[in-house]
Design a protein around this ligand. Structure first.
Ligand SMILES: NC(=O)c1ccc[n+]([C@@H]2O[C@H](COP(=O)([O-])OP(=O)(O)OC[C@H]3O[C@@H](n4cnc5c(N)ncnc54)[C@H](O)[C@@H]3O)[C@@H](O)[C@H]2O)c1
Ligand SMILES: [Zn+2]
Length: 708
């Protein structure tokens, strides 16, 4: 049972000792939950635990512990010293239309006839409170406590919207209802609380519970009340007392509203009445559908026999009335772990953190990401990597991380690193606002793609660094890759810090870039799923951009490493890039791969002849590496010293081989330079041919200076 505190752990109780521990865990969780602390369990986990406890108790009634949560209001975790005149009970639950229909049938048996008037109200997710009015004046606020007595929280009078200090009539009555925080109130409360150095609350319910019970706080934060009960007090005027005792629930709510108190009737999903189970279920669906848009949380729908006579006949148990039921909606909050934080750059340059979660099922879908709003929010909530976090997801709303469950920290949690430069384009970050923004703003994406295209492994345009790219974009001279190649001398000279020499150097570099092989151009275009080596393979296979663009998905699949999934997306992306490719070609950019020949008609996939199962044609079947899979590892020396790993791979492919990064049984040759480690060892174990950089240079000597 050690796992009991682990969220999501399924509780199966094996023996008396495990049972005792389960009871203790549940009592501790409930105590935190009702006091506004952070429970280490989400509601589903708590409910599972209590169900397991109840199951064990059913088999061992004589061993049931007195502090067991079963059958008690608030699981026995709350208490108080102000007695209630009438017990304040909890509610039993149903989870499906079938269970609900079964409940109405059992209710009908109890009262001796079909109930023909139900009230249907949202189940507000806050905490129950009794508000005592003496001659129209609010005199006392009491929590539900253990159901028979609650805690006096009158200090909160005046901080709860919808619960006026004075009623519109001088009546002596008790209004019962739910105190909650709306989403807006919750956000405000957490801001105020953290500004005072406190830990943020996990969720609005938690915040309402904590706020209501806190005395002598340096600040107050507003909450909201919605009434769902009206009863007489000992001092109530007898005629009123009698009419309250006999009033239908829905009529009492109308009366409560007329006193000036908020009721569920004033919510976006007002309480209504329904004549039978089908009508109730239809209303349940309506309320459930609106859940995600409500300005406050609901965790279900409460259905009550509306007429006082039916309520009286049905009666109540020790924990819940028999004339009312909660139709529970799926939990929208679960506890899971925060594994990593990613920083995504949006269209306008906003840099937003996103939490990567240990996958968790919430309301039928598996959640793996959740928004973290902004960096200030992360700091404010003191979130760390590895933290258990409460994740909230309702409807189609983007899941969000609410708060860390600080109790579950092990000490291994790590601080979350904030980026120092834009993760997409590398520019500085404007951190002046809550939401961080790339200094390139809307140009971020363009700057990033141009900088990438100009990079050493792509078009290798010397002198076109990040700053220069930003300058060109900001001056409005370049709106896409092709614009680079039509820049004029005058345009460049017109830029700040751009003298004659830099201008001429850049123009020369651009001229050289136009001559790069097709593989480099493809890579520069940044087609998804085609990195450097894939671009090389495609270029060698098709030899010309025209041949490539004429190819359909089937033809593209003939390139080794391109499967049925990648092929169509490459075709689609090339079609999307068509205007840019045309523009590049018109600007004089080379669109052919030296040394390669276009596939013959039967290889384009459009022809009907040829064996469709034939293996992909090997690139440059003639080279010394024809048909070989080559892995390069370690530092190159001798004539190969200056070559980057990418250039080495290009060399391999020019010589007819296929460059690969990992050693396997299919590897034909491993070029092992200085400091080659595990790949060399693996090659030796597998008996794969090894070559030193010098040996390899000799082998491919004819192809060595073919490049740029
Ligand atoms: N996470 C934890 O550690 C933990 C611990 C204890 C309890 N819980 C959760 O609390 C729930 C059980 O709590 P409970 O017994 O306090 O209450 P409940 O939520 O099951 O139902 C009873 C309560 O519903 C409220 N309510 C809202 N709208 C109402 C309406 N229109 N009419 C009447 N009542 C309305 C009242 O406050 C009433 O007391 C479970 O869902 C459980 O998961 C969680
Ligand atoms: Zn950027």
């Amino acid at each position: 049972m050690k796992d009991m505190t682990t969220p999501g752990a399924v509780a199966v109780i094996a023996d008396a000792e495990a049972y005792a521990r389960a009871v203790q865990d549940a009592v501790r969780a409930a105590a935190a939950y009702y006091a506004g602390g952070t429970s280490t369990l989400d509601d589903d986990a708590y409910d599972r635990l209590v169900r397991a406890i109840a199951e064990w108790e059913a088999g061992h009634p004589e061993d049931t512990l007195p502090d067991s949560p079963t059958g008690k209001v608030a699981g026995g975790a709350a208490e108080g010293d102000v007695p209630h005149t009438v017990a304040m009970l909890s509610l039993d639950n149903v989870f499906s239309p079938q269970e609900f229909t079964a409940w109405t049938a059992s209710l009908a048996r109890r009262v001796g006839h079909d109930v023909t008037r139900f009230s249907v109200e949202p189940k507000l997710d806050g905490l129950a409170i009794a508000a005592r009015y003496t001659e129209g004046r609010l005199t006392r606020l009491i929590t539900r406590g253990d159901g028979t007595a609650g805690e006096d929280v009158s200090h909160a009078i005046g901080t709860i919207e919808g619960l006026p200090d004075r009623l519109t009539a001088p009546v002596t009555v008790e209004v019962r209802g739910e105190v909650l925080m709306t989403t807006a109130q919750f956000e405000h409360a957490n801001e105020v609380r953290t500004a005072h150095g406190g830990q943020p609350f996990a969720n609005p319910r938690n915040a309402a519970a904590g706020t209501l019970r806190a005395k002598d706080r340096a600040y107050t934060v507003p909450m909201t009340f919605f009434g769902y009960g009206l009863l007489p007090l000992p001092a109530t005027e007898p005629a009123l007392a009698a009419s309250l005792a006999d009033g239908a629930h829905s009529d009492l709510m109308t009366l409560t509203g007329s006193y000036g108190v908020n009721t569920t009737a004033t919510t976006a999903v007002p309480g209504t009445t329904a004549a039978d189970a089908d009508a109730v279920l239809a209303r349940v669906q309506e309320i459930a559908a609106l859940r995600a848009e409500l300005p406050f949380g609901i965790d279900g729908i409460v259905i009550k026999a509306d007429l006082a006579a039916d309520q009286r006949t049905a009666g109540s148990g020790s924990r819940a009335p028999r004339w009312a039921i909660a139709y529970k909606l799926p939990a929208v909050e679960k506890i899971t772990r925060l594994l990593a934080v990613e920083w995504n750059v949006g269209r306008t340059g906003i840099i937003a953190p996103r939490g990567v979660l240990e996958p968790v099922a919430i309301d039928g879908s598996t959640i793996t990401y959740a928004t973290l709003h902004n960096p200030a929010d992360i700091t404010r909530r003191d979130l760390r990597l590895g933290d258990h976090v409460m994740v909230h997801r309702a409807g189609d709303v983007i899941p969000r991380i609410e708060a860390p469950v600080a109790h579950l920290r092990t000490g291994d949690e790590q601080p979350i690193a904030f980026p120092e430069s834009c993760p997409r384009c590398g520019a500085g970050i404007d951190t002046g606002e809550q939401r961080w923004r790339c200094e390139n703003g809307r140009n971020c994406h363009l700057v990033a793609s141009l900088s990438y295209a100009a990079g050493r492994d792509q078009l290798d345009i010397e002198g076109l660094g990040h700053t220069r790219v930003v300058q060109l974009v900001e001056a409005g001279l370049v709106a896409d890759l092709a614009d680079l190649f039509t820049l004029t001398r005058d345009q460049l000279l017109g830029l700040e810090r751009m003298g004659e020499t830099s201008t001429d150097n850049l123009l020369t570099a651009l001229g050289r870039a136009k001559e790069r092989p097709l593989s480099r151009v493809l890579c520069a275009l940044g087609v998804r799923g085609t990195g450097r080596s894939m671009s090389r393979r495609i270029a060698r296979h098709f030899a010309t951009m025209d041949a490539l663009r004429a190819a359909d998905a089937e033809a593209i699949q003939r390139v080794e490493g391109i499967g049925t999934e990648k092929a169509p997306s490459i075709v689609a992306e090339l079609a999307e890039l068509a205007p840019l490719i045309d523009k590049l070609a018109a600007a004089g950019v080379n669109m052919t791969e030296p040394g390669a020949t276009p596939p013959s008609a039967q290889d384009t996939g459009t022809a009907t002849e040829g064996d469709p199962d034939a293996p992909a044609p090997q690139p440059s079947a003639a080279g010394p590496l024809a048909g070989m899979a080559v892995v390069v590892t370690g530092a190159m020396t001798g004539p190969l010293e200056k070559l980057s790993r990418n250039e080495m791979n290009e060399l391999v492919e020019r010589a007819g081989g296929r460059a690969s990064s990992s050693v396997s049984g299919k590897t034909s040759l491993v070029v092992a330079g200085e400091g080659a480690g595990s790949k060399r060892t693996k090659a030796e174990t597998l008996g794969i041919r090894l070559a030193t950089p010098d040996e390899f240079a000799l082998l491919v000597a004819d192809f060595l200076d073919l490049g740029e």
